[in-house]
Design a binder for this molecule. Sequence first.
Ligand code: HEC
Length: 114
Amino acid sequence: MKSIRIGMAAVVLTLTLTACGNSESGSGYHVNQDKEAFPEAIELYNTQRCLSCHATDLEGNMGSKSNLSQIGSKLTKEELIQVISEGRKMMPAYADQLSAEQIEMLAEWLSTKS
Ligand code: HEC
């Protein structure tokens, strides 16, 4: 009886792992690809609503001005910190919601996008 139960557990585990594998193997660029190098920044991007306006591929949902896919070649890290802190037009200011360290981590990561 015991070996049958272990066998069942193995099947369930295999199915679970396969399901996870499939859901992550999307095509194209995805911010989660940077998760290993910039874990805090990606966590913030995904949880602080950046994602909803700038999209998972960083190309933006709000017109060309919200495209961050090559932002590292447009803005310096200091300029990135300034935009995220103070906002601009439709872009909300984050100075009251995030710490200076958190904003810097986002700027550090975005400055690698070029
Ligand atoms: C409500 C939607 C919205 C949210 C939420 C949002 N943004 Fe933006 N963001 C925009 C828009 C729209 C622009 C373009 C502003 C303009 O017209 O100049 C922008 C611009 C920017 C820019 C400057 C782009 C450039 O080319 O100069 C950066 C950097 C940026 N956002 C980063 C972030 C980060 C990081 C977060 C999360 C902490 C975030 N944004 C959250 C809408 C948003």
